[in-house]
Design a binder for this molecule. Sequence first.
Ligand code: ATP
Ligand code: MG
Length: 401
Amino acid sequence: MNEIIMAFQGEMVLKGLNRNAFESTLMKILRRRLENVGEFQVSKAQSTIYVQPKDEFADMDTAFEKVGKVFGLAAVCRAAVCEKSFEAICNTAEEYMGQQLRECRTFKVEARRADKNFPMKSPEIAKELGGFLLSKHPHLRVNVKNPDTIVYVEVRDFGAYVHGPKLPGAGGLPVSTSGRAVTMLSGGIDSPVAAWMMAKRGLSLHHIHFASPPYTSERAKLKVQSLGQLLTDYTGSCNLYVVPYTKPQEYIRDNAPDVLFTVLMRRSMMRIARKIADRIECEGIITGESLAQVASQTLKALMCTDLAQDLPVLRPLIGMDKTEIVEIARKIGTFETSIMPYEDCCTIFTPPHPKTKPTMEEILQAESKMPQLEQLEEQAAQEVETIRLRMGEEPPLAAEI
Ligand code: ATP
Ligand code: MG
């Protein structure tokens, strides 16, 4: 029996003239994600994508898992392919779905005949195949409204396909079809979720992390590297840029009013992120900020942060509760790593009572008293360490989870 994966396009089918470009990007991404899984042929007809193993060594379970993480797909399923004869369809349905039918009590068959040359019409295929399966499984009953399982048959141009219910795909748009952006990636719960959400909307990502050794440790950096590595299942391979941030951070601590420290630091980080984004041709900055979560995430503080540079700041979590964010973090597999207890540079030197309503006037005044900050920021941006995150590699801290 020949088993394949069928994947169904989502929102991109609405893309009119650009649709071809979206589809070819999606196919390219699918081929790349499956590179280390085995030999597969990826092809497309109408808005369905077929992933076909070329030999018996291909690992279908892993392939199916990988395809389920590719953005741009609304639904996915595994299916058995056979020749377009009613007899072959019956035998394939029994062979492929028989076990499942033995384990349930009610079922129905849904048939679709895209190839109008096939001699039986859809209702006839459904009725006759239903009868055949009933003869093999006398304990079964047909239930059209609420069956335990559904056997789908699709007679298409290149063959007949038998499968069970489709599963939801990853949704969204293929990575890179919306452009490129950088994620401000901390080791926390929020920013990996923010990265995932924007990759889902079709952004190709690189990540920036600010480290302040010796206040932050090598292991804190490894944790962020692990998070970026986990995200490659969704983003594909990318870079993590680690900014040595100790000097600008100490300088702000020593020369600015305590209560403004956090906002000043966030503006400084944004300016550095802007420099790096420019260098690597990224057109937006993503953060994991959520309105009112902490003092630096009030409207006034966010305004001050936004005015530090001119790229759009994307904050996909802005209206989400922590519980909703945690739910996604668990789903995408970053949560367990995020809760490992390592320090972040944003939480060192934080004053006990940060100002929740800073004004631009006081911010600019404070910055005017830090003449060397610009140079320290330039230097930090220059001394960035680049870490390559390759899809399919083990995250550095994986063994400890
Ligand atoms: P997270 O859970 O993502 O760490 P948080 O609420 O703990 O979020 P905050 O300190 O409030 O973190 O920072 C808000 C956002 O600023 C983060 O979501 C992230 O995008 C960015 N950020 C914080 N610390 C760093 C860092 N060390 N390097 C890069 N970006 C950072
Ligand atoms: Mg947060």
